[in-house]
Design a protein around this ligand. Structure first.
Ligand code: TZP
Ligand code: MG
Length: 212
């Protein structure tokens, strides 16, 4: 699977995002529903740390591996290495992209969060394999989220030229608004709460998979 295919329905989650089921059950249901990539994002108030964070990460990685779903770790290079993740996702304030590349190696994927055409251009120069663009819409999931940038920024990034990286939209994405994100040029949608807090994460994922 290449990066742009993997981004199509990209489920992002940590233990604090799960509402009706534990993280393993939530992920296994989302896998049954058809997610194309998973990001382990264990952060926010009440998030697991240390050995517990690693322990849960190993269980989620095993689930992904068994089902051939690429497994990405948020922010933490050491954790990504320890879990033998397929890649890492970093924000503008996280570790330096060149340092990150040096540590995780040439074959792993690096995703970089961007909020403007300028940051997207920089992500290309920094060796990203894909970029995240957001928040697409308002979200309660990330307390320190950037102001909403809106899905049209994806079109602007596409039209700016020289940015041929796969793009995933993130932030406030629901089954109702996801098609707008795809239609404005995204290769995929990254979703937390619309799957992790759904009554049925499997049905919610299936609904995302049938869009476009
Ligand atoms: N980065 C930008 S918005 C966001 C992240 C991690 C949160 C997305 O969560 P949700 O529940 O899909 O709005
Ligand atoms: Mg980050």
């Amino acid at each position: 699977m290449n990066v742009s295919q993997a981004l199509k329905v990209y489920f992002v989650m940590g233990s604090v995002n799960c509402l009706n089921f534990d993280p393993e059950k939530t992920l296994s249901e989302a896998i049954k529903g058809g997610i194309t990539m998973f990001q382990y994002r264990e952060k926010g108030e009440g998030a697991l740390v240390g050995e517990e964070q690693v322990y849960l990460g190993k269980k989620l990685k095993m689930l992904c591996e068994k089902n051939r779903i690429p497994f990405i770790v948020n922010d933490d290079i050491d954790l990504a290495l320890e879990l033998n993740a397929d890649g890492i996702h970093i924000g503008q304030d996280d570790s330096d992209p060149f340092y990150t590349r040096k540590r995780i190696g040439a074959t792993k994927w690096i995703g970089i969060s961007t909020h403007s055409v300028q940051e997207a251009k920089k992500a290309v120069a920094d060796g990203a394999d894909y970029i995240g663009v957001g928040p697409m819409f308002s979200t309660k999931t990330k307390k320190d989220a950037h102001d909403v940038v809106g899905p049209f920024l994806i079109t602007q990034i596409r039209e700016a030229g020289f940015i041929h990286l796969p793009i995933v939209g993130i932030g406030g994405i629901t089954v109702e608004n996801a098609s707008e994100v795809y239609h404005l040029g995204a290769n995929g949608v990254a979703i937390i709460s619309a799957v992790s807090q759904a009554k049925s994460p499997k049905d919610a994922t299936q609904a995302f998979c049938s869009i476009q």
